[in-house]
Design a protein around this ligand. Structure first.
Ligand code: TRP
Length: 341
C-alpha cells in the first residue's frame, strides 16, 4: 500500500459538538481514519480569537471536544489529536504567513464576513479574529496536511491556505530541483448538505439555540424534537403538509435508518393523515437510536486522566513534525542562524 495521505482538521473548543458538526464533518472524519493519516487539532488559540474575554470557557471545553470526537468513533490509536496552544511553532508560522496575505484579501473571505456580522464585530474588529484564516493556514501546513475534511463554510479558508502555500513556495522555494516546501491542501466537504437548526434556520449553531447535542440524553432529545419547527402553514393534522424543506423531515432523512417508515410518514403528511406528534415521536426514537452508541463510547472515554494522556501523546508527535517544518521554513526564509557554528 502506498503512503497514506495526511488529513488535518480542527474544532474550536467553545462548547459541546452537536448533530450539525456530526453531519458537516465528524462523520467524514470517522470514515477517513482507516485510509488516511489523520490529525485532529483542538483549536484553543483560534477559539480565543472570539472568546478572548472568556478563557475559562475555552479551557473547560478542551477535553470535552476531544471526548465528543472519541465518542463519535474516532480511534485514538489511529488518529493523532493535538492541542494548538501547545505548539508555538503554529504561532510562529502564522507571523511569516501574515506577510503573504493582504487585508483586502481577508476582507473578501465570505466566512469571515458572516462571522463578523454574527459576533457584532462590525464596529470593533479584533485583529486576531480578522486574521484567524492565516493562523488556520498555519494549522494545516505545520503538519503538511494534504486533505482537510470540513463543512462548506470552511472552504474559503482552505482556498486561502492554498494561496498562501503557493506564494510561500514561489517566493522562498529554492532552485527548481527541490520539491516545494508545502503541497497544496484540498478541502473535502462532508455529506453535502449542512444540517438546518431545529428551528429551520440555515445552520445548527449553539449561539442560535437550535441544536441537539451529541451528549443529549433521551429526555432532552425528546424535548428538543418536540419544540422543532414543522410546516408553518399546517394548522391541523388533517391539513395537507409540505415535506420539502421541513426540518423534521430533513432530520428523518439524515437520522432515521428505516426508509419505509420515513416514506410512509411523508405520504401521510402530504395527505393530511398524520399529526406532528407521531412524526416527532418517531424522529425522537430515531435520533436516540443514532446517539446510543455515541453515548456508550462517551462513557467509556469519560476519564480526565485518559483524555489528558490521549491529547498529550498526540501533541508530542505533532510537535516533532512542527519543529521539522519550522526548520525548513527558517532555512527557506534565509534567517540568520545563531545556532550554526
Ligand atoms: N475554523 C474551524 C471551525 O470553526 C476550526 C479549525 C481550526 C480548523 N483550525 C483548523 C478546521 C484547521 C480545519 C483545519 O470549525
Amino acid at each position: 500500500m502506498g503512503k497514506r495521505k495526511r488529513i488535518l482538521t480542527g474544532d474550536r473548543p467553545t462548547g459541546n459538538l452537536h448533530l450539525g458538526h456530526y453531519v458537516g464533518s465528524i462523520k467524514n472524519r470517522v470514515e477517513f481514519q482507516d485510509s488516511y493519516d489523520e490529525y485532529v487539532m483542538i483549536a484553543d488559540i483560534q477559539a480565543l480569537t472570539d472568546n478572548f474575554d472568556h478563557p475559562e470557557k475555552v479551557r473547560e471545553n478542551t477535553l470535552q471536544v476531544l471526548l465528543d470526537n472519541l465518542a463519535c468513533g474516532l480511534d485514538p490509536d489511529k488518529v493523532t489529536f493535538f492541542l494548538q496552544s501547545a505548539i508555538p511553532e503554529i504561532a510562529e508560522l502564522t507571523v511569516f504567513f501574515a506577510n503573504l496575505v493582504t487585508v483586502a484579501r481577508l476582507e473578501r473571505n465570505p466566512t469571515v464576513k458572516d462571522e463578523i456580522q454574527q459576533r457584532g464585530f462590525v464596529k470593533s474588529l479584533p485583529l486576531g479574529f480578522f486574521m484567524y484564516p492565516v493562523s488556520q493556514a498555519a494549522d494545516i501546513l505545520i503538519v503538511k496536511g494534504e486533505v482537510v475534511p470540513v463543512g462548506e463554510d470552511q472552504v474559503p479558508h482552505v482556498e486561502q491556505t492554498r494561496e498562501i502555500a503557493r506564494k510561500f513556495n514561489s517566493i522562498y522555494g529554492r532552485a527548481k530541483l527541490d520539491k516545494p516546501i508545502f503541497s497544496l491542501p484540498e478541502a473535502r466537504i462532508g455529506t453535502g448538505a449542512r444540517l438546518v437548526g431545529t428551528d429551520g434556520q440555515a445552520k445548527m449553531s449553539k449561539s442560535l439555540g437550535n441544536v441537539i447535542f451529541l451528549k443529549d440524553d433521551p429526555d432532552t432529545v425528546k424535548k428538543r424534537v418536540a419544540s422543532m419547527y414543522t410546516d408553518p402553514k399546517r394548522i391541523h393534522p388533517t391539513d395537507p403538509g409540505t415535506v420539502e424543506g421541513n426540518p423534521v423531515f430533513i432530520y428523518h432523512d439524515f437520522f432515521n435508518p428505516d426508509a419505509n417508515e420515513v416514506n410512509d410518514l411523508k405520504d401521510r403528511y402530504r395527505q393530511g393523515k398524520v399529526g406532528d406528534v407521531e412524526v416527532k415521536d418517531k424522529l425522537t426514537a430515531a435520533i436516540n437510536q443514532f446517539l446510543e452508541p455515541i453515548q456508550a463510547r462517551r462513557k467509556e472515554f469519560d476519564d480526565p486522566d485518559r483524555l489528558h494522556e490521549i491529547l498529550a501523546t498526540g501533541t508530542r508527535k505533532a510537535k516533532k513534525m512542527a519543529e521539522q517544518t519550522m526548520a525548513e521554513v527558517r532555512a527557506a526564509l534565509r534567517l540568520y542562524d545563531l545556532t550554526a557554528s
